[in-house]
Design a protein around this ligand. Structure first.
Ligand SMILES: Nc1ncnc2c1ncn2[C@@H]1O[C@H](COP(=O)(O)OP(=O)(O)OP(=O)(O)O)[C@@H](O)[C@H]1O
Length: 265
């Protein structure tokens, strides 16, 4: 029996796309993330929820070393993707961020054409051997982001001239263009209206077939709609993580219960 449980546990471990172990994050003397352990499943959406300042974005940024860009920030512990320690000095953060793409709160297209927004990453990573290769990557990325029909006749127009929701899907297409395996999203709908939000949520649901997605959201409704697993953070601690339905209907911890019933946050 024990043998069986151990085997099952081991299988679950190898199934994880991302394994974080005893992760601490400090900003100078502030201990922002405390002892976080989490296993993130491949080809699914994991939502990070919790009150403002609890560390959701900080922890999300550890998953592709975006914290490296903040001088006073220090990360300890271990984060492995496909079993590889992403903080190993041999890992090139630029390559890592192609594999683990990111979409931010505010759509941030480059001040370039729609085409060049998508082509930029594949060009710098040398992913296209010819102009027609590049055209194919641009088209397929826009298709995967559900934007192709809307923009195929105006690829030369500036990305910044699109609606907010289109710009956010353009940023998702830009992340997809460098063939990531994981996409991190930091409140990707907070600047969007309800219709644009619904489109991005639909897109997230489609993308999970091929990508591992981690999304930070302030909206519990959004977490319930788009994610298969939810992690609740409070004061830098990962209080509880599990299937989204369980977290919302049967949380184990009183702090989770208080948060989802609107008692704080
Ligand atoms: N660049 C930074 N420099 C110093 N402290 C920071 C920095 N970024 C975040 N912090 C601190 O780390 C803690 C966690 O912040 P973080 O932004 O990760 O929380 P959050 O849960 O994502 O919050 P919100 O929902 O408001 O975006 C907070 O105490 C915050 O003040």
């Amino acid at each position: 029996m024990n043998q069986m449980l151990n085997t099952e546990r081991a299988n679950n471990m190898t199934d994880s796309k991302i394994s974080a172990n005893k992760v601490q994050v400090y900003y100078g003397d502030t201990h922002a993330i405390k002892d976080v352990d989490i296993e993130i499943q491949p080809r699914s959406v994991t939502a990070f929820i919790g009150p403002s300042g609890c560390g959701k974005s900080t922890f999300l940024r550890t998953l592709n070393r975006m914290n490296d860009t903040i001088d006073i920030c220090r990360v300890e512990g271990s984060i492995k993707i496909d079993g590889e320690d992403i903080y190993d000095p041999k890992v090139d953060p630029v390559q890592l961020r192609a594999k683990v793409g990111m979409v931010f709160q505010k759509p941030n297209p480059f001040p370039k054409s729609i085409y060049d927004n998508i082509a930029y990453g594949p060009r710098i990573h040398g992913l296209a051997r010819s102009k027609s290769d590049l055209d194919d990557i641009v088209a397929s990325s826009l298709q995967k982001a559900g934007l192709w029909e809307e923009v195929k006749n105006r690829l030369d127009e500036p990305g910044t001239g699109m609606s907010g929701g289109q710009q956010q899907r353009l940023c998702i297409a830009r992340a997809i263009a460098v063939s990531p395996e994981v996409i991190l999203m930091d409140e990707p709908c907070s600047a969007l209206d309800p219709i644009a939000t619904a489109k991005v949520e639909e897109l997230i649901d489609e993308l999970r077939e091929n990508y591992t997605i981690v999304i930070v959201t302030h909206s519990m409704q959004q977490a319930a709609r788009v994610s298969q697993r939810t992690a609740f953070f409070h004061l830098g601690i990962l209080v509880e993580e599990g299937p989204t339905e369980d977290i919302f209907t049967n949380p184990k911890d009183k702090r989770t219960q208080d948060y989802i019933t609107g008692r704080f946050g």
